[in-house]
Structures are given as structure tokens and as C-alpha cells.
Design a protein around this ligand. Structure first.
Ligand code: 8YV
Length: 313
């Protein structure tokens, strides 16, 4: 029997083609009438493949009475209503570990871009400003404090990179991690105050929503930079715009936004801002591995084998 999988998001073309070889796949993004197609196949769909920008909410889960597994193409699962899945004993998988290094690289790219004005410098040369004189100076990374918010897998990978740039390391998290000797701050405001660069690598979701608010940004201060490779929801975006306008902080490097792919236009005209379109995992190698892991999880589940990377229920 060919099983029916609802594809909502994620996967590179080769893995999507493989999915279509192995299963009957409903590609929601290609349907003119997604509601109608869901209605038509609601009893057949046993699995969902999705990615961060696509919501798998309670309404969708409840509309699919035979849904058994949701496979996330990514590590963060804050787009999935885990509670609704748990109630129905629907299995959820994600793609941890694979995404760690590339995401940490993007954190460093943003860090360097902000501190050394890389993006601004590129534009400076291209528009011919250089001939009229040098551009404004940047700031050094070495000797500065990187304040990591969330010392999980990605946070630790950022730490390794920041340490190689001779930065001091401090971190905030729910709990101290005694296996690391970096300075632990149970108070985010204090970490912000002592950080030159505050780097967000914490998970998204209700628990971390607007963790970085106006007070935290004030504490970061006019010489502090904010780097976000976590989730847009972690930062109060309105408060961030105010802080940038008032020069309460020195600058910001963002790979993620509150309502992707919408980005507040106010950011487009600010110099002290570097913007990326959520590319933390956007390399051929990583996206391919993520897709293969999605396929492996699906295969394991339907073969009755242990899942590769289940999300804890
Ligand atoms: C996205 C991510 O899933 O891993 C995560 O949590 O945010 C990313 O890998 C990716 O952009 C695919 O949508």
C-alpha cells in the first residue's frame, strides 16, 4: 500500500523526488485549492513533511484523523503544535546536529559584518565612495565579550568560533552548564550589560517569546550589538526598531524575523543593520543532509524501526 504524505515545506529537489517515489505525495504549495485537496485526502494522509515557515497547528492536526508522523525539515519545531501532536500520540521528528555548524557560521558572518562593516564596505566600494575618502571605522572583535543566549548545540558551536576570534565568552540559559567554564549569567539583563555582542541561539516558542525586550536592549547599550540566528520571536521587533532609532544599541545582525518573510521596511534604511533571509542552514550540503534525514525518519517509522531523531514527546 502506498502511503500518503502531505508535503507542506522543506526538502531539496532530489529528496522531494525521492519522497514522491516512495509515497503518494500531496504537495500543498502546488495546489490551487489547498483546503479542497486537504478535505479530499484527509483520511489518507499519514505523514506530514514541513519546515519552519509552515504552521502545523491544532486545526490541521485535528483535520487529519489518521496522521501518525510529522517530520520537520529543521531543528526548531516551534511551528508545530506539539501539544496537539502529543495528545494524538503523533510522532514528531526534526533534523538536529546537521544544522549546527552552518548556523553558527552565519552567526559569525553577521558578527563580523556588523563589527567590521563588511556589507557597508562592499556598497561603499561599488558606489564609488572610496575615491572620496575612507569609510567610518569598525570595532574589533578580539578581547570583546560574546554573550551567548542559549548554550545548546548551536550556542556551543558559536562559542568555539568566537573563542577562535579571541573573544571572551559569557552565557545565559535556564540552567548553568557546569561542564563549561564560561561565565554563567542567570539574569539576561546582566548578560546584556556585560556583552559587547549578544548572540541569540536559543530555541523559539512560547517560553522565549520576546525574551529580548526594550529593557534588555537598553542594558545591551549604545556600544552593544545584537545578533539573532535563533527565531524572530525571541526579540520584540517593535522594541528593536525603537532601540535602533534611538541608538540605544550600536547595531544588529538578523537572520530571522518575527513574521518571515516580512521584514520591517524601517530596517532597510538603517546603516547599522545587517539583514539575511533566514539562511542559517542554507548550504547545499546541509539542506541535502536535512532532507535525507527527513526521508530516513519516515522510512524508519513506517518500517517499525527506531526513529533517527525523534523530538521528545
Ligand atoms: C529552517 C531552521 O528549517 O533548523 C531550523 O530550525 O530554522 C532552518 O533550518 C530552514 O530554513 C528550512 O526552512
Amino acid at each position: 500500500m502506498t502511503r500518503t504524505i502531505l508535503h507542506i515545506g522543506g526538502l531539496m529537489p532530489a529528496e522531494l523526488a525521492q519522497l514522491e517515489t516512495d509515497y503518494r505525495v500531496i504537495r500543498l504549495g502546488r495546489e490551487n485549492d489547498p483546503e479542497g485537496i486537504l478535505q479530499q485526502y484527509r483520511n489518507d494522509i499519514v505523514g506530514i513533511v514541513t519546515s519552519f515557515t509552515r504552521r502545523v497547528n491544532r486545526q490541521l492536526i485535528e483535520a487529519l484523523p489518521n496522521l501518525e508522523i510529522i517530520c520537520q525539515f529543521g531543528v526548531g519545531v516551534d511551528n508545530i503544535d506539539l501539544e496537539a501532536a502529543r495528545e494524538r500520540q503523533i510522532v514528531v521528528t526534526n533534523t538536529p546536529d546537521l544544522v549546527t555548524n552552518d548556523t553558527a557560521d552565519i552567526a559569525m558572518a553577521l558578527l563580523l559584518s556588523c563589527a567590521r562593516r563588511v556589507v557597508e564596505g562592499d556598497a561603499y566600494v561599488r558606489v564609488g565612495k572610496w575615491a572620496n575618502g575612507p569609510m567610518p571605522l569598525g570595532v574589533s572583535l578580539s578581547g570583546k565579550t560574546a554573550g551567548i543566549v542559549g548554550l545548546g548545540r548551536i550556542g556551543q558551536a558559536v562559542v568555539r568560533r568566537a573563542a577562535a576570534f579571541d573573544m571572551k565568552i559569557a552565557y545565559y540559559g535556564r540552567q548553568e552548564k557546569p561542564e563549561f567554564s564560561y561565565s554563567y549569567y542567570p539574569d539576561l539583563g546582566k548578560l546584556a550589560k556585560d556583552s559587547d555582542f549578544m548572540i541569540l541561539t536559543v530555541s523559539g516558542g512560547a517560553e522565549t517569546r520576546h525574551l529580548v525586550n526594550a529593557d534588555i536592549l537598553k542594558a545591551l547599550g549604545p556600544e552593544g550589538y545584537l545578533i539573532n540566528v535563533a527565531r524572530g520571536s525571541v526579540v520584540d521587533q517593535e522594541a528593536l526598531l525603537v532601540a535602533l532609532r534611538n541608538q540605544d544599541i550600536a547595531g544588529v545582525g538578523l537572520d530571522v524575523f518575527e513574521n518571515e518573510p516580512q521584514v520591517p521596511e524601517a530596517l532597510f534604511t538603517m546603516d547599522n543593520v545587517v539583514l539575511l533571509p533566514h539562511v542559517g542552514t542554507a548550504t547545499v550540503e546541509t539542506r541535502t543532509k536535512m532532507g535525507r534525514l527527513v526521508l530516513k525518519n519516515l522510512h524508519a517509522y513506517f518500517s517499525g524501526e527506531p526513529l533517527m531523531t525523534p523530538v521528545a514527546a
